[in-house]
Design a protein around this ligand. Structure first.
Ligand code: HPA
Ligand SMILES: [Zn+2]
Length: 337
């Protein structure tokens, strides 16, 4: 990528729609919080912890990700983690972000739901960024556990806009959560699910048909099924693609093997996200630079990715339009609108 192209992509207004807040916990903050809370870590130093970030698949990452999250105990811990992410996102010209959080990881350790949600929400309220929260159910746990988690979160219903589904995908298909997603739909919550990251295209189909999700997180394996790909394009179903995550977790061996360009060429509403930036080697602009360096993507693709990020956002129509206009105005300086 040229220096000019790099600057254009870094400075363009964008939305981030696939970021797990626990995945923004940097090793330095893990050690600070461990000390503050009297938690003993299995690693003697920041460098030793960082050295353990050598993943072979999703599960090998999740084991370390849940261990890192164990230092989060108090409302202020959740606040500090979220405030750090929001500051970093601002530096990457993120205008709007929809943040995933995994309450079961914390409530299982005895942290009150109130402290999880209030800490993350308070940091969002204190930030100049537009930010909303999406509560994710851990799919390796039971649907009963997800239902109990939803009930525990309902007193804070005004502090999150939707629900998602994450953690170990293979062996935990969307249909396992059909009833809790139906309940969330009745409550007026927005619905998303991780599907087609490590799992087969059939999981994308059941996420659409049985969970009735409005976005697919990852979804990169859809291209294995041409009929599904056409369906996703026709319904303008967004895919929240995470390039650095996909290479670190070996969904693709190398960035030059990533299918982002094929997804865009198929007419899919794909955009770039960071997933778990503290673990995968970078925040949103690092993902843009990595994928633009490896693939033949140009100015028109950058414009499309920025537009897609706002089109896919759960924002009221006037706000969404203002962001889309901001994107078009930004790119009009380069003659590609
Ligand atoms: O990429 C992911 N996939 C599934 N679960 C997750 N939890 C954090 N990141 C991920
Ligand atoms: Zn994810």
């Amino acid at each position: 990528m040229t220096t000019q192209m790099r600057a254009i992509v870094q400075n363009m207004p964008k939305a981030e729609l696939h970021i797990h807040i626990e995945g923004s916990l940097e090793p330095e903050l893990i050690f600070t919080l461990a000390e503050r809370n009297g938690v003993t870590l299995a690693y003697p130093s920041v460098d030793a912890l960082r050295a353990a970030y050598a993943f072979t698949d999703l599960q090998s990452f999740l084991d370390i990700y849940y261990a890192g999250a164990s230092v989060l105990r108090k409302e202020q811990d959740f606040y500090d983690m979220t405030a750090a992410y929001l500051q970093r996102a601002q530096a990457d010209h993120v205008r709007h972000t929809e943040i995933f959080f995994d309450p079961q990881t914390h409530t299982a350790r005895g942290v009150p739901m109130a402290d999880v949600i209030n800490g993350i929400h308070r940091a969002c309220a204190d930030s100049p960024l537009s930010a909303s929260l999406i509560l994710c159910f851990l799919r390796h746990l039971s649907e009963e556990d997800a239902i109990a988690t939803l009930e525990a979160a309902l007193p804070y219903r005004d502090k999150f806009i939707g629900v998602g589904l994450d953690s170990s995908e293979v062996g935990h298909p969307p249909e396992k959560f059909a009833r809790v997603f139906a309940r969330c739909r009745d409550l007026g919550l927005r619905l998303v699910a991780h599907a087609g990251e490590e799992g087969p295209p059939a999981y994308i189909e059941t996420a659409l048909d049985l969970l009735k999700v409005e976005r697919i997180d990852h979804g990169v394996r859809c291209l294995e099924d041409p009929a599904l790909t056409r369906r996703l394009a026709a319904m303008r179903m967004p895919l929240t693609v995470c390039p650095l995550s996909n290479t670190k977790l070996r969904v693709f061996d190398q960035m030059r093997d990533h299918n982002l360009l094929q997804l865009l060429d198929a007419g899919l509403v794909a955009m770039v996200n960071s997933d778990d930036p503290a673990y995968f080697g970078g925040y949103l602009n690092d993902n843009f630079v990595a994928v633009f360096d490896a693939l033949p993507l140009g100015l028109a693709h950058a414009h499309q990715l920025a537009r897609n990020s706002f089109e896919a956002a759960f924002l009221p129509a006037p706000e969404k339009q203002r962001f889309l206009d901001e994107v078009d105005t930004y790119f009009s300086a380069f003659n590609v609108v």
